[in-house]
Unconditional design. Structure first.
Length: 253
């Protein structure tokens, strides 16, 4: 591809989202045509539709009209960089943190982050999960040195001071018998051990444990990281819950 063609294509793409910032005179002439406005509106609508589909909890919390108005601003500031629009929306949480109309909705960026993590888990590579029975047969000495690798679809996050996970989960799949929210920090774990993304609450020690595993630390050190967060954490129960959730990939010989 020649440099001039690449520059033209870059300018054309920029004109779709921020025509006022385009310096290329040829693209400026194209952008001034009425037909270009139709094309631009179609592209913008497609991006907004993708955001609304990828961030359903955020859209539910604020309503479609509010969401789409905010999404239009986000699209203009951060166009998709991947033709697979399922991957679009990872930057919306950061956008909301600086979006003045959302200033009082302090849990909203966290909900957007979990929506984006759901999309990542959904689109992640398939892989068999770790066999809990195999792990149970390991000696304590071997267990301490094992390095467990998180499953490609596993995603987790901790939210200080706010019940972001509960808010998100209740709006992802609303239920009739929901308990009153307790305004405290929460963690979330999303996995896809089979064909469907599933989620559950996870303690902060669990997030620290998974962070350590993702960093390549052996189980003994991962346990130490978890205990540093919560000295009373039950490591055996924590590991069991992570295995049951399908948070780790099957080990290969």
């Amino acid at each position: 591809m020649s440099t001039s063609l690449a520059q033209f294509q870059d300018a054309f793409a920029k004109a779709l989202f921020a025509p006022q910032d385009v310096a290329d005179p040829v693209v400026q002439q194209l952008a001034a045509q009425p037909a270009f406005a139709v094309y631009r509106n179609t592209v913008m609508k497609g991006c907004i539709d993708a955001l609304e589909a990828n961030l359903p909890v955020v859209a539910r919390l604020v309503g479609s009209e509010w969401f789409r108005a905010a999404a239009a601003l986000h699209v203009a500031a951060e166009a998709p960089r991947d033709g697979r629009l399922l991957n679009y929306g990872s930057g919306f949480a950061a956008f909301l943190q600086g979006f003045e109309p959302a200033a009082e909705l302090t849990y909203l960026p966290g909900a957007a982050r979990l929506d984006a993590l759901w999309c990542e888990a959904h689109a992640a590579q398939d892989a068999p999960v770790l066999d809990a029975a195999w792990l149970a047969r390991c000696t304590p000495e071997l267990l301490a040195t094992l390095v467990l690798k998180p499953h490609p679809a596993a995603r987790w996050a901790w939210f200080d001071e706010q019940p972001v996970y509960s808010i998100w989960a209740r709006n992802r799949t609303p239920a009739d018998d929901e308990e009153e929210l307790v305004w405290q920090g929460e963690g979330a774990l999303l996995t896809r051990p089979a064909d469907t993304v599933v989620w559950r609450a996870i303690p902060q020690a669990g997030c620290a444990f998974l962070d350590a595993c993702a960093a390549g630390l052996p189980l003994a050190e991962a346990g130490e990281r978890a205990l540093a967060i919560d000295p009373d954490a039950d490591l055996a129960a924590l590991l069991e819950s992570l295995l049951r959730a399908g948070a780790f990939i099957e080990r290969t010989p």
